[in-house]
Design a protein around this ligand. Sequence first.
Ligand SMILES: [Fe+2]
Ligand SMILES: [Fe+2]
Length: 398
Amino acid sequence: MKTLLFVDDEPRVLQGLQRQLRPMREEWEMNFVESGGQALEFMAAHPVDIIVSDMRMPHMDGSQLLGEVLKQHPQTVRIVLSGHAERESVLQLVGPAHQYLSKPCDADELRKAIVRAFALRDLLGNEQLKRLTTRIKNLPTLPALQSKLTEELRKDSPSMDNIGETISRDIGMTVKILQLVNSAFFGLAQPVNSPADAAVYLGLNTLRSLVLSMGIFSQYDQNTCRHFSLEALAQHSWITAAMARKIAQSERLDFKIIEQCFLAGLLHDTGQLVLAFGLPGEYAAVISKARNENVPVWQVEQEFFGATHADVGAYLLALWGLPNPITEAVAMHHLPARCAAHEFSPAVAVHAADFFAHKLSGSNTESPPQLDIAYLARIGCAGRIETWRNHCQEDHPL
Ligand SMILES: [Fe+2]
Ligand SMILES: [Fe+2]
């Protein structure tokens, strides 16, 4: 049985939740408490899979509570359900909350968010990786890009184009601002897939307080994990993103899907960053084995951890509320045949783009992946490979 804990200082809200979620009581053990103190007391005695907390509460507010939960119970998924959409309070949750839902929230939306979080936890079987991923507040960023962003934001009239471009060159920054913009607090009808659009939605003031005063981005120390270079990964990810976009354009797809392909390409190897950052010793051994034996790094990860960087990256992105087509493409980028779709999808674009990007410049960790020709034939795309290659060559000669 999965255990849930709901925290709200208004008994009426708790009763409402209890009533709305009653149909789930065979599957979930639901507990309801009225303060942060009671929540921590409860958690000290019972393991909790997901905590759903109100934001504004007396004594200990939602961000303090979730910060404490993160410290004491890093494996618990942390969701905020709040009616107070002030920017300042949202920004305080940038670290400790995985997702933000706004009150009043219909039971179906809440149920879906919880079911999705449980499904993802089950998907990533390895407990150590689950804990590691749930604990992460921020992904490290490239120092050079962070300084560039800081410099731009300090200008009297910064250029939004430069800001968007700088953010989209960095995996950690992109993920963080997309997490924020796609949260319920911004109330956007459609998920945002472009880092540049996300920067515009957040606006200069919010970006300034996030980056300059709150320092939400942590810098990556190049010596963290031997054999792993974040710079090389960023470069590989950028090329993969550009190629995935080219491939989608050559398929004459909708603008929204083209953007999804670009973003999925940019984030496809996020799991490598999680592993290099979270388990540097083990991951250095994985990379070195993959290199010595000339096999794809994900196969060695599977052997070592029982999961790959594709699983870990998809889990993190989904936990942070990034749109489904992106997390699916990240999860399936090595093995697109696992996709439910039997047609062209962002997963296919990223799979092919990753292959071309490796051909172009290799990558510091992975030996060249193989194209899954059988799957591409099954979905009627095998004949398109040469066209894709030609389009990708326009900017990057292969
Ligand atoms: Fe990969
Ligand atoms: Fe890759």
